[in-house]
Design a protein around this ligand. Structure first.
Ligand code: IFM
Length: 447
């Protein structure tokens, strides 16, 4: 059967500054929390550091060439805050502006629409020293940064994303295995509240420009939890926690329904975690946006018994996808949930989806990545079904253009359509790159 996608469907790939750019100490860039965190022994698997990464700071032409080979019509990337404002606020680094101007120019010359994220986890270290997202002043710091971006790149960017996966800040402030490596849930909850305010203020600021083309949205990843054994009390409670207390509900409720959910409020009160909320905060957070970006990787079935077993065997540097099961079908349910539970009536884009290979599987296996092709096909089939059922899904971005710095998993998890040789920085197309080029050319695929 051929899965035909709607006319004008957006086909893209996604990356993020800290994961691909490198050039960490060049042309006036300031340090980010990930540069510093990666220097802590044991923080990153096999001691990987983001200083060079894929060196896209110097190899941007090659990156755009690869996008042309893939035939994509949109590229999702992020701005590095500390390349634009090395201290987080104040002096603008013109070399940083020039780098992104060049990238955007190259994209436009090749008919590729920019989809740019303001914040993809790499807070300037100087701001972390002042409390980072835990300090309410972050709202004015972020708004200042957003203004620099909108002044310089405004209508040249088709899709503006305020934040990518806000949950990473929660992980970094409460669970310690993401930058900045803190273990303080109360602080983390306050930080998330401030982050949502930053989003709201950035959207308000964006509206004052009245751009002709540019649209604004947010990207929230959804790993929907289901009880492994429906009806089992422990599993049901785990799934509820995974969704409402430690998952997407933390963001989607305030963004689209207003305020925190009753489950989250109860948890805050029981555990003395209620963040300081000022009058008007929830109105600021709940700004109308133009599109929603869904990062979808898997559906999760919580079976308390099995999870206890797995916890004992947890590997160093485990990443998001270290559960053995695969539930591509959950994407269809998640898309419906966005409309039915959160009342979204704006276009939705799958802004990330993909599958990692372990570096240890070896280069040959990595280049012949049938498992990735099969998984992406499965997700796309279910996304196609959702479209047939009336969901306004407008596009799909594969994570990622090339293998890159996978946060705490360092260079051990490879997600790319192109294989990155970290010695030579050569990018080599994998089997999936050829397959995806065919998908974008035919606006669909055979399965
Ligand atoms: O690499 C990350 C990306 O930065 C955010 N979403 C998930 C990807 C794979 O783990």
């Amino acid at each position: 059967m051929f899965y035909q996608f709607p006319e004008n469907f957006t086909w893209g790939v996604a990356t993020a500054a800290a994961q691909i750019e490198g050039g960490a100490y060049e042309d006036g860039r300031g340090l980010s929390i990930w540069d510093v965190f990666a220097g802590i022994p044991g923080a990153i698997k096999k001691g990987g550091r983001p200083e060079v990464a894929c060196d896209s700071y110097h190899l941007v032409e090659r990156d755009v060439e690869m996008m042309k080979e893939l035939g994509i019509n949109s590229y999702r990337f992020s701005f590095s805050w500390s390349r634009i404002l090395p201290d987080g606020t104040g002096k603008v680094n013109e070399a940083g502006i020039a780098y992104y101007k060049k990238l955007i120019r190259l994209l436009k010359e090749n008919g590729i629409r920019p989809n740019a994220t303001m914040y993809h986890w790499d807070l300037p270290y100087q701001l972390q020293l002042q409390g980072g997202f835990g300090n309410r002043q972050i709202v004015s710091w972020f708004t200042e940064y957003a203004k620099v971006l909108l002044d310089n790149f405004g209508d040249d960017v088709d899709f503006w994303v305020t934040f990518n996966e806000p949950i990473a800040t929660y992980v970094g402030y409460s669970a310690g295995f993401f930058a900045p490596g803190l273990h303080n849930e109360k602080y983390a909850r306050q930080a998330l509240h401030h982050l949502l305010l930053c989003h709201g203020e950035a959207v308000k600021l964006f509206r004052t420009y009245h751009f002709e083309h540019a649209k604004i949205g947010i990207v929230v990843d959804i790993w929907k939890h289901y009880p492994g054994r429906p009806g089992n009390e422990e599993d049901e409670a785990m799934a509820l926690t995974g969704n409402e207390i430690r998952g997407f509900g933390m963001f989607l409720h305030p963004l689209f329904l207003g305020g925190y959910s009753k489950e989250l409020l109860a948890y805050f009160h029981e555990n003395d975690l209620m963040p300081v909320v000022e009058e008007g905060d929830f109105e600021t957070i709940r700004q109308p946006i133009d599109f929603y970006g869904l990062n979808f990787y898997n559906g999760l079935y919580d079976d308390a018994e099995k999870m206890r077993e797995r916890e004992k065997q947890r590997k160093e540097g485990g990443n998001y996808q270290d559960r053995p099961e695969s539930h591509p079908e959950a994407v269809c349910d998640v898309l419906h949930m966005l409309v039915e539970k959160y009342h979204l009536n704006i276009p939705i884009y799958i802004t990330e989806n993909g599958l990692p290979y372990d570096d240890e599987e070896g280069k040959e296996a990595n280049l012949n990545d049938d498992r990735r092709i099969d998984y992406v096909k499965d997700v796309l089939k279910w996304a196609h079904k959702a479209i047939e059922e009336g969901i306004d899904l407008r596009g799909y971005y594969l994570w990622s253009l090339m293998d890159n710095f996978e946060w705490s998993a360092g260079y051990c998890a490879r997600y790319g359509l192109y294989y990155t040789d970290y010695e030579t920085l050569e990018r080599i197309p994998k089997k999936s790159a050829k397959w995806y080029a065919d998908v974008t050319r035919r606006n669909g695929f055979e399965a």
